[in-house]
Design a protein around this ligand. Structure first.
Ligand SMILES: NC(=O)c1ccc[n+]([C@@H]2O[C@H](COP(=O)([O-])OP(=O)(O)OC[C@H]3O[C@@H](n4cnc5c(N)ncnc54)[C@H](OP(=O)(O)O)[C@@H]3O)[C@@H](O)[C@H]2O)c1
Length: 327
């Protein structure tokens, strides 16, 4: 039995993650932490998960060597805790963006802070099992992907290195913004509308570019749903003679990846909500030379919490699917 501590468990991603660990057949839920909600049962803060355990103030010193931990803090707040946990001998999945970018120089411009432990960026493994599964198994520090990058990369991995001039048009549900209230995510702002945001300045673009190894044009849109994220990707591509061959390439790529389903029609969010599954669908322009690929997932699950559990399973030497197939 491995103990898994969840830091930031009152937040959207952290509460979902604590619930998954609580129900996991071989992980023990360690501390689940919060600041203002410390002392309350998680079930009071996030009643949908029915986790009776009480939230407590974070205590990194109570983490033992060999424990696993997941950090679900906002970016810049996670990095110091992640370093402290590693220094105590824990292995960590950072659900925030603080260890996703390998290049420390990007942190001030993209995230607005100088990275406090740049050497950890060289060590961190980007936590997309469909790309880095073997490295995740042995990692001390796994950087869980952002939700947009996870969907876009899954839609593009089978054509990695061959797709050119990639354009990603992505839509996310409002839970992607976390539990904090703001006018941008107010019900009255979001309902019955679709809004693009952070055009040419979204923080997930450099992350996608790092993993794809190529520049992309990325635009995010907010849509009036709670959970779900759809990435529609357009690219120049000459590597498949017809639709059937392109789909075969996708099926081959994902044959050994239990949580990515290559589906027979463009996928919608409903098929993956509250699951660790992602669905992908590639289509070839009948005129040739161009593809449109789709990736859809639940931003709080495969895009955050259950994706983190998939990584924790690999790190602990457990079956990758453990505790996730029913979710
Ligand atoms: N939402 C998503 O779909 C999604 C997807 C992928 C990745 N992520 C990443 O996951 C992380 C958490 O996102 P979220 O959506 O769950 O955000 P959230 O709902 O705002 O939760 C963040 C939690 O972090 C805690 N926190 C805030 N500032 C802190 C600080 N200075 N020190 C300690 N704890 C602090 C808060 O706990 P207290 O209330 O106790 O202060 C809060 O509950 C972020 O880095 C986000 O980028 C989110």
């Amino acid at each position: 039995m491995s103990t898994v501590h969840v830091f930031g468990a009152a937040g959207f991603a952290g509460a979902q993650l604590a619930a998954l660990i609580d129900a996991h057949p071989t992980f023990d839920l360690g501390q689940i932490t919060a600041r203002s909600d410390a002392g309350k049962p998680l079930a009071e803060v996030a009643p949908q998960y029915r986790v009776a355990r009480e939230l407590a103030a974070p205590d990194a010193d109570a983490v033992r060597e060999g424990d696993l931990a997941a950090v679900c803090y906002p970016h810049a707040e996670a990095a110091p805790l992640v370093a402290a946990l590693l220094d105590r001998g824990a292995r960590v999945v950072d659900v925030s963006a603080d260890h996703r970018l390998h290049d420390p120089e990007l942190y001030p411009s993209v995230y607005g802070f100088p990275h406090p432990r740049p050497e950890l960026l060289a060590e961190a493994v980007y936590g997309l099992p469909e790309l880095h599964r073997d490295a995740i198994r042995d990692a001390r520090l796994v950087a869980n992907p952002g939700c947009f990058p996870a969907a876009a990369l899954l839609a593009l991995l089978p054509v990695l290195g061959e797709a050119r001039d990639v354009v990603i048009d992505a839509k996310t549900g409002v839970s992607g913004a976390g539990r904090g209230a703001s006018s941008e995510v107010h019900f009255s702002t979001v309902t019955e509308s679709v809004s693009p945001y952070k055009v040419y300045e979204h923080r997930h673009a450099p992350e996608i570019e790092q993993e794809l190894g190529a520049p992309v044009t990325f635009t995010a849109h907010l849509v009036p749903v709670d959970r779900g994220l759809l990435a529609t990707c357009y690219a120049l591509f000459d590597g498949a003679p017809d639709d059937a061959a392109l789909r075969e390439r996708y099926r081959d790529y994902y044959a050994d990846h239990p949580f990515v389903e290559v589906v027979a029609a463009p996928p919608g969010m409903r098929a993956v909500q509250r699951t660790n599954y992602a669905q992908v669908y590639p289509a070839l322009d009948p005129r040739g030379g161009r593809i449109t690929t789709f990736g859809v997932l639940d931003n709080l699950m495969k895009g955050a919490a259950s994706g983190a559990v998939q990584n924790l399973n690999l790190m602990a030497g457990r079956p990758e699917t453990e505790g996730l197939l029913a979710a």
